[in-house]
Design a protein around this ligand. Structure first.
Ligand code: LLP
Length: 411
């Protein structure tokens, strides 16, 4: 059984009035996901941040901010955007990987807390700003994720300071009088089994217990969402009943808050990518459906072999048939689905590619010099009043921009 099609009338109206390819975001889903996580953590004094790399559209950031959720920013660009959107510096944690000296000074000047994952950077920060506040990203040596590319802890991972280096960390902190406000970990994305996360959390808590003045432990992001029809949503009730009491007890004994910083969990299911089937190529043993989008708009299937449900918005009750749904980019890997049963697709049909709110548009590119999709916002109180929040770029605009920005020797 395919996944149910969310809000088919609204999606149809968007496709008709805005055209395709278009990302559509539902405010309602984001609100619900934030509430679900708050609810599961109600027994723990906690704070939520949003990993804005999942989708940094200002409209989404606005909703995040209204919900009282802070920001995990990983680059000067993300940091600037968050501050320009009105997040206060104390609501932002800056976790740049391989942070440069310039980035370090920049973030410090913005008065945000730096989350440092390299011993040499910690040393440099201490030298530059003795007595400053700091958060440290540890590698708890337990990692997990939906694909090896997104496992961010363990021996194979470049992230965080390995937990065995705690004596060195302490010596740098002491030498420069740095005040350790938080310990952080992020072990991976789309963690299949919350028990693995818990193994890592146990390592972190053990270290955290050694710092009496610690204000928070940040357990990272990584919570999964169901992409396939047979997957069920993460059982947050079970998660809370297994780990909530321990976290609450830790928090009470050590007077620390527990932070989480999900990206995917808040926004993935809120997004749908609408595309039009432009070409049906029935090769006998294989039927290719070409669409007006591709790996430049949604790279996850190509990059990680990720599954995204694809539904026929125009012909939802058509007989199921197997298709290879492919994009318009000049690479064979540009494939959204292989041998996938979809209700019969005709040229011109609109397809809905589900659960694309996270790591869809934020990873999109102009590859093959194709323009980016439009983006549409569906407000919760009146979904029929959807509105375009990013205009579709035309090829002429894209080329115009490239020509304007190019630095060329004069002829
Ligand atoms: N915190 C840090 C420091 C992170 O690096 C990330 C994600 C998160 C939090 C949020 O993780 P989430 O809750 O979204 O799993 N492009 C990949 C995902 C890469 C995630 C990178 N870091 C994908 O499309 O699956």
């Amino acid at each position: 059984m395919p996944k149910p099609l969310p809000f088919p009338e609204i999606l149809t109206r968007v496709a008709r009035s805005v055209g395709t390819p278009t990302y559509v975001y539902f405010e309602r889903t984001i609100r619900k996901q934030i509430e679900r996580l708050h609810g599961a953590l109600e027994m723990v004094p906690h704070r939520l941040l949003y990993a804005m790399k999942a989708n940094g559209h200002p409209q989404i950031l606005r909703q995040i901010q209204t919900a009282g959720v802070g920001i995990d920013a990983v680059s000067p660009g993300e940091l600037l955007l968050a501050l320009r959107m009105g997040f206060r510096p104390e609501d932002v944690l800056f976790s740049a990987n391989n942070m440069t000296t310039g980035e370090m000074h920049f973030a410090h000047r913005q008065k945000v807390l730096l989350n440092i994952g390299e011993l040499s950077r910690l040393e440099a920060y201490g030298k530059a700003y003795p007595g400053a506040d700091v958060c440290i990203r540890l590698n708890p040596q337990v990692g997990a994720g939906h694909h090896e590319h997104v496992i961010t802890a363990g021996a194979d991972s470049k992230f965080g300071i390995p937990v065995e280096f705690m004596p060195e960390i302490i010596s740098v902190l002491e030498q420069h009088g740095l005040r350790l406000r938080g310990l952080h970990q992020h072990i991976g994305s789309g963690i299949p089994d919350p028990a693995t996360l818990w193994d890592a959390v146990s390592v972190l808590l053990k270290q955290a217990a050694e710092f009496p003045d610690l204000e928070f432990v940040n357990l990272g992001g990584g919570l999964g969402v169901p992409y396939r029809p047979d997957e069920s949503p993460l059982d947050l009730g079970d998660f809370a009943s297994r780990f909530g009491d321990t976290l609450a007890a830790f928090s009470r004994t050590h007077d620390t808050e527990v932070w989480f910083e999900p990206g995917r969990f808040f926004v993935a299911e809120a997004g749908v990518l609408l595309a039009t089937a432009t070409t049906i190529k029935d090769n006998g043993d294989r039927c290719f459906v070409g669409v007006d989008s591709g790996m430049n708009h949604l790279v996850r299937p190509t990059m990680y072999g990720s599954y995204h449900e694809i539904l026929n918005l125009t012909n939802p009750d058509g007989a199921l048939r197997p298709y290879d749904v492919v994009g318009n980019i000049c690479e064979t890997g540009d494939r959204f689905a292989k041998n996938r049963e979809v209700a019969e697709i005709r040229e011109g049909d609109w397809l809905a590619i589900l659960d694309t709110g996270a790591y869809g548009m934020s990873m999109a590119s102009h590859y093959n010099l194709r323009a980016l999709p439009a983006e549409v916002w569906v407000p919760e109180d009146n979904p029929a009043q959807f509105r375009v929040i990013s205009e579709r770029q035309s090829p002429a605009q894209l080329v115009g921009r490239i020509m304007r920005e190019a630095v060329m020797p004069s002829a």
